[in-house]
Design a protein around this ligand. Sequence first.
Ligand code: FRU
Length: 462
Amino acid sequence: MNFLGEIEENRPSFHIYPDQGLLNDPVGLIQWKGIYHIFYQWNPYATNHSHKCWGHVTSRDLVTWQREKAALIPSEWFDKDGCYSGSSIVYNEQIYLFYTGNVINTDGSKSSYQCLAVSSDGIHFEKKGPIIDHPAGYTRHVRDPKVWQGEDNCYRLLLGAQTENLEGTVLIYTSMNLQQWKFEHKILLEDLNFGYMWECPDLLIDQGKDISAFVFSPQGIPAFGINYHNIFQTGYLLGKFDELKNQFSPTTAFKELDHGFEFYACQSFHDETGRLLLFGWLGVMESELEIGLPSIKENNWAHVLSIPREITIAAGQLKQRPVVELQSLRLDKIFLKTTITEPLNLEQYANEIGIDLNSSVRTNFSMNLYQEIQIDWQENEKLLTVSRTNWITKKREYRSAFIKAGLNKLQIFAEKSVIEIFVNDGSATFSLRCYNEKMQPVVSFLDPSSKIIQAFLYPLNQ
Ligand code: FRU
């Protein structure tokens, strides 16, 4: 449905994916003159992490996508080995795009350059070269510029960085014209000593609100309890950003943005209606899982972006909800029978499933999707667990989160190989990829109980 004319059997129908090659981070996200421009890290030549270009798709409705030619391809001395992640902003009726040029020097060492490219039509980008000097005291791991304009009209730019002591951090720069940038300092006053590198920094400012979320993707965080079980994490601190000091003061500890398996390196932007939207990469995984992706063997492509999520921050809580535009994909609503344990047959794999639960009925809840994904709620511990089969080791794998408010609602966007679960109107999310030959388009409620008020399903237009 969404990429008109693409009919490959196992392609996603409402997630953005590359027609060939490997996709990673969403980058440069912007709505300009009514059109959403979604760029992504893309190796069009092979399904590995070399030759990163900026892939590009456009849409007027966040549902129907058109493929565009690559916006950036490695070509110059400052980006010859990869046009890495970055962001966009509209300035003087043009799109100003900031990205990191990756260079492998003749002696094998690497350098990174923070670069600018400008476009007057949203399709062709003219490279202007590096605009920021390498900051002293940091290794070559300085990348992923995220630009925004403050309430005070000053432009600000965040850079993921690594100190010479091999600690992850984020640097902040300021500018009045997007060309000359002044290095301020680290965005946090106090070091967190949290991992060896922080990638893809972002500041999620829900307009008119005092509290914002400082998002980053730290590397090198050991698993702890039910947290940090993926190879790398993406998470946030809530707090206040002070424009006079250019500093973020956190009021919470680091929290993962998504509790599933592959969500990583997300980016936010404000669209022309003022909504704060976010896409993530689904995503980061061990290389043996990546190499073994069936989509590589079958059709030579790897990875998808998450569906667009609308972000709100209120009453000390960050919520992520699927954008309302996705409702246009809904076909006729079907109510699901929840009093039997036999699998209920579905017409197809592309579905939105809604389950309303009674949080005051203190029982457990379990359901299974496609004979593969298991969702288990343990009432006593207030613990939600999602599990799947690892498509290489064939072992079951689990990810969990505590949901203190109890389980009230699940909204699930499912395709055959990618599932996104929104808990309690977006208070928590779980995203994952899944592949298993035994999958069937069925859903089962394993523990029929009075906890389910109703369960319904919309097959989604493909
Ligand atoms: C995050 C990341 C970024 C980098 C890009 C390269 O996944 O490693 O830090 O710019 O991917 O593709």
